[in-house]
Design a protein around this ligand. Structure first.
Ligand code: HMG
Ligand code: MG
Length: 275
């Protein structure tokens, strides 16, 4: 997530060449997927206004899928033109965040995603879905787990191959994440779920552990722990990828990731902050 979620909230504009270098370094760490950028309104997220140039500049590595965020059909078309391998749509389990982040209600966002899914299916482009604020919303407070399950099931029903469950402000605890997962798993199997934990309060690794226990095997993370959402006050970085890989290796999982290269990449990612 570092080139996208990691950089989207950085106040100073980061050079396109540095973003390209970050993606290329990640491509050489052994990841099967890198979320590169977002084809969103540059008025809303100025930092990612160079999405097309970044996509054009990266060196594509065989076996790596390059994914981008697309909030609407316009973003989808731009993503296809830029050669994205996969796109992601993003919904929220809370109304307050949906309004602030994409300027519409949750129901309106689902209706907006329908033509994106239809267009993607027509060209066999995989679409990932996000649900934000799965335990807590910066505007509406605690989120009802049933609501998360409903939105996740709607995204799968639309045709998403996977739904990433976002603890957008990193306020989730092992208890609230477990309750949320219990509700979601009643509607969507673990193989179609991913965990996306921000590490605001240092809970992310613990939340990944309870997610592993619940059967999840896909986790979003950001090298160097970069990140935050401009429309979620208080949201700090995503969980650091190098910490997640270390945890997984300690637990005996195989990840295919070169931890030393990842640590070098994390240092490079951090050097971009405040540049
Ligand atoms: P809007 O203002 O309601 O819609 O924004 P609009 O259709 O009136 O468009 C506004 C302007 O943007 C217009 O330009 C459009 O042409 C243009 P103007 O006429 O004013 O010059 N526009 C676009 N430009 C480029 N690409 C596009 C596009 N669409 C419209 N695709 C909109 C609605 C969804 C566009 C806006 O709210 C938006 O871009 N929001 C994105 C916010 C965002 O990227 N947030 C961060 C990602 S989500 C996140 O971080 C959470 C996550 O990590 C999971 C987690 O942690 O929970 C995924
Ligand atoms: Mg996020």
């Amino acid at each position: 997530m570092s080139p996208r979620d990691g950089l989207q909230n950085e106040p100073g504009l980061i050079a396109t060449a540095d973003k390209i270098a970050l993606v290329d370094r990640l491509s050489n760490c052994g990841f099967s997927k890198v979320e590169v950028t977002s084809f969103v309104s540059p008025k809303w997220v100025p930092q990612l206004g160079d999405a097309a140039q970044v996509m054009q500049g990266i060196t594509r590595k065989t076996g790596v899928s390059y994914c981008v965020l697309t909030p609407n059909l316009r973003g989808f078309e731009a993503a296809v033109a830029a050669g994205a391998d996969e796109v992601a749509i993003f919904a929220s389990a809370s109304e307050g965040f949906s309004q602030k982040n994409i300027n519409c209600s949750v129901a309106e966002s689902i209706a907006r995603f329908e033509p994106v899914l239809a267009a993607a299916m027509a060209i066999e482009m995989p679409v990932r879905g996000y649900v934000s604020c799965v335990t807590d919303c910066p505007y509406d407070g605690p989120t009802d787990p049933a609501r998360v399950a409903d939105v996740a099931a709607q995204l799968i029903g639309l045709g998403c191959f996977e739904v990433s469950l976002g603890d957008t402000i990193g306020a989730g605890t092992q208890e609230t994440v477990t309750k949320m997962l219990d509700a979601v798993l009643a509607k969507v199997p673990a193989q179609q779920l991913a965990g996306h934990f921000h590490d605001t309060k240092g809970n992310a690794l613990g939340n990944i552990e309870v997610s592993l226990d619940a059967g999840l095997r896909c986790f979003d993370a950001s090298a160097g722990g970069l990140g935050g959402c401009p429309y979620a006050p208080g949201a700090k970085g995503n969980v650091a990828t190098e910490k997640v890989v270390q945890l997984l290796h300690d637990k005996g999982f195989e990840t295919g990731i070169d931890l030393q290269r990842l640590q070098e990449t994390a240092a490079f990612a951090q050097s971009l902050k405040g540049k």
